[in-house]
Write a protein that binds this ligand. Structure first.
Ligand code: MLT
Length: 409
């Protein structure tokens, strides 16, 4: 008889965005004529930039001819894209990343979920609270969390982030082996300062911890002196793994392409104290479990780094940033307390009248037919908040703010 991995039984309910989708489906069924505006999951609405479409079309043509057809590609990604990333994302920042430190994947979600496989089950993880649920759920599956009691996992170190600490968590006071940080942050839409990230790198070095730095929303940064890559911080190459994505940067949520950077200096120990670099371990893991991102998609991602690609994708980011401004300023004008939305596509809204997150979510859905994401779905300190995304169309963004104005809280 096959036994199950019982760690999976420790997962709380359904995955957050699936739960919301089910709730919205039920609402739509009960109200078939409802004109629902979806500002919940961070899914883009603008089409792919023309230069990306052209590159992918050309790649499709190549796949249709015997001379240029390609079968399996390298599991780590084609050199042309790895080099474009090194030259386009890191060299301009004065950062030296070698091509074999870049691993192309089908999404930052997969990478941040899978990376924990390299670590032993007794490692202690620290996550911010609230947090992108994938960091936690993947470690629940990996057996590092224990069973949750009232939604809290006893073996996890939670780092509360809120307006009280300016969304900059304190360092853990207990032993931690792996820290997850996301800046610009999902869900709060806030950023960690360069100075604070430098302190985190020092903390990781002093405590022999590995930092998982999720930088999927880097393209939305506009505040000066905010790091675009963790490797802008001295010493980060020794302790940090960086995750980036084309999903939000270039509208690839449905196209799927991302990458992880694992510098060769990042190591972790065996129980007997022998150090091993994580780069070859990840390389081995990917070669075994992953057959690479389609050639066509990687050619599309490569086009992001051309002059036109930069211009066209930046124009799309500017569009979403303007949506964020409309939501943020619109809600502030109603007297609501709002965070984020400047360096990120997410707006973190305090529920009025001490309402809880799901009640606020229900009011928006029922009274304004707006889908949002309840803050409590991101962790206990998200309770009393709601996340809205700026990835909707301009028209729907404006309509959503107008509808919220008519709600009687
Ligand atoms: C979100 O809404 O938090 C993101 O779109 C989820 C993701 O990127 O997987």
């Amino acid at each position: 008889m096959a036994n199950i991995n019982e760690n999976h039984l420790n997962l709380k309910g359904t995955y957050l965005f699936v739960r919301i989708a089910e709730k919205v489906k039920d609402y739509q069924k009960a109200h078939p004529d409802a004109d629902i505006i979806r500002l919940g999951i961070g899914d883009v609405t603008l089409p792919l930039a023309p230069v990306i479409v052209d590159a992918m079309t050309k790649a499709v043509q190549e796949m249709g001819k015997a001379e240029t057809f390609r079968g399996y590609g390298p599991e780590q990604g084609y050199d042309f894209l790895r080099q474009a990333i090194v030259d386009g994302d890191y060299k301009p920042l004065g950062i030296n990343i070698a091509m074999d430190e870049v691993f192309i994947s089908d999404g930052a979600k997969s990478d941040v979920a899978n990376i924990q496989e390299l670590f032993s089950e007794d490692n202690v993880i620290a996550i911010t609270d609230p947090v992108y649920p994938v960091y936690l759920d993947s470690n629940v599956m990996g057996g590092r969390t224990g069973e949750s009691v009232d939604g809290i996992f006893p073996k996890v170190v939670y780092l509360p982030t809120s307006a009280e600490n300016n969304f900059s968590p304190e360092f853990p006071s207990e032993r931690v082996d792996i820290v997850y940080l996301c800046s610009p942050n999902n869900p709060t839409g806030t950023v960690l300062s360069r100075a604070r990230l430098a302190e985190w790198i020092k903390w990781c070095k002093d405590n022999d911890a590995v930092l998982m730095f999720d930088s999927a929303y880097e393209a939305f940064i506009s505040t000066e002196d905010t790091v675009h890559s963790i490797y802008e911080i001295e010493g980060a190459r020794e302790v940090a793994i960086e995750f980036r994505s084309f999903s939000k940067t270039a509208g690839f949520t449905g196209t799927r392409c991302a990458y992880a950077v694992i510098p060769k200096e990042v190591t972790a120990k065996t129980k007997s104290g022998e150090r091993h670099p994580l780069n070859p371990m990840w390389n081995r893991r990917q070669a075994t479990k992953f057959n690479g991102v389609p050639y066509i998609v990687q050619r599309g991602a490569e086009a992001v780094y051309t002059k036109e690609g930069r211009e066209q994708t930046r124009a799309n980011i500017a569009y979403y940033k303007e949506n964020a401004r409309i939501i943020k300023e619109g809600l502030e004008a109603l007297g609501l307390t709002v965070y984020g939305g400047v360096d990120a596509p997410y707006i973190w809204v305090k529920a009025p009248n001490n309402m809880n997150s799901w009640d606020f979510f229900d009011i928006l859905l029922e009274q304004a037919q707006i889908v949002s994401t309840p803050g409590s779905g991101f962790g206990p300190h998200g309770e009393g908040y709601l996340r809205m995304t700026s990835f909707g169309t301009r028209e729907n963004t404006i309509r959503a703010v107008e509808r919220i104005k008519n709600i009687k809280f």
